[in-house]
Write a protein that binds this ligand. Sequence first.
Ligand code: ZN
Ligand code: FE
Length: 256
Amino acid sequence: MLEILPLPALKDNYIWLLKHSEREHVAIVDPSEAEPVFDYLNDNKLTPAAILITHHHWDHVGGIPALTECYTIPVITPALEEVQGSTRKAAENDSIDLQEIGCCLSVLDVPGHTAGAVAYYTDEFVFSGDTLFTAGCGRMFEGTAPQMHTSLSKFKALPDTTKIYCGHEYSESNLRFASTVEPDNTAVQTRQEQVSELRKQSRPTVPTTLALEKQTNPFLRCEEPSVIRAATEYKQAELNQPHQVFAALREWKDNF
Ligand code: ZN
Ligand code: FE
């Protein structure tokens, strides 16, 4: 059995720890800072086995220097991005065998938020970084709308039961936008209530499942008539392709 534990870091980042339930080793996903990781590992007598990085932004790699000063472990980073301390590059179709954890991860290239962003997945879960968020997606800092739309389609092709572990706690603001795009979407309304309850107790709203995201995430719903209608109204232009609907939504959200 695998366990995935959240370590809240910085303002709203999540560092994820991937652990075999009966072993002491963990993989560390996107260590924005080292301190919460050191604390958790020491308190729980755990040993790091690897660091996995989804993209080069400072709030995902900041902890690498301090962690690798203490532990000699592989640092797996996107093939197309420069990350200090990298020991292994990961790209689509690679498999990353984490033997100490008893888990083999596959890699997806998901450019758009950054030019070389990757996601790590199994048939049960995915670490989506800042590409796919709960009820939203990342800003396009280094990519185009068609690229980002294609990347999101790769997530959409995973099994519906896939649990999505993203890089930030953004559910509340993302759902505010989702409910503006689709005011009549009852799945969004229900999810908003759950999320607001969880956040009142300072609990994470991540992970979600792909099934839930397909119902509540406007960026995964670019082919739904209600979303097409809202995006068309926002742009005041005819949007013929799903990636044009996506681009309109992303622009709308950037100005929301
Ligand atoms: Zn980022
Ligand atoms: Fe980030």
